[in-house]
Write a protein that binds this ligand. Sequence first.
Ligand code: APR
Length: 241
Amino acid sequence: MEDHLKTLQQWVDESQRIVFFGGAGVSTESGIPDFRSVDGLYHQEYSEPPETILSHTYFEQHTEEFFRFYRQKLLAPEAQPNRAHRKLAELEAAGKLTAVVTQNIDGLHQKAGSRCVYELHGAVSRNYCTRCHRFYPMEAVCAGAGVPRCVCGGILKPDVVLYEEPLDQATVEGAVQAISQADLLIVAGTSLVVYPAAGLLRFYRGKHLVLINLEPTGADRRADLVIHDQVGRVLSQIRVH
Ligand code: APR
């Protein structure tokens, strides 16, 4: 086992309150592209920048185009958890990991069996009528084309945090509490450029900060261990005792 894996294994063995903070890079091995890698979503050609399309204003003013982009680029109903998701669920089941804090909206951590997951940017599995607030599953949005509507006629809105929208306060508070009590924080598959999500790392007070990311991030210099590799490949080599 390479040195950095030996170090990570030792720190995992020593820890009882591990928190994992992840981003789109955790789901790329499940076939869901990330946003800012060279082949990521934000480098493909669209009529408008994706950050514009995925905004509250665009949802309100160009609802049909919003859903065309959303169905094509953000919904991945066939995606399955990968070895990173599975290892994190295993660490939680062994009582070593207390929470996953994710920026992803794909629900793959829960599909892998993780129970304590703070979805900072919401989830595609939850959709609500903007008029009567009735709940609808992802299938109600996947099916068909055009603007999905409630039986009352209201427009359905996915429970994902669009640009210009605030994060859910209870979710943020839960994530902050978990991070502030963690004895090991593993950050992976995120460019750490979107706030307030990336800012939650400042609440960490534990022993070691680990960064696992294909590309360098702004937090590398603060990390005690930086591994520039695939998060699934790294985590799959960690043994859970
Ligand atoms: N293993 C490790 N790192 C990976 C892998 C992988 N298999 N695949 C990609 N990466 C890295 C990329 O190098 C990149 O640095 O993951 C990072 C993903 O960064 P982004 O694409 O910016 O995704 P993320 O950080 O999650 O974006 C945050 O931006 O648009 C918003 O709401 C959206 O939640 C998203 C937020």
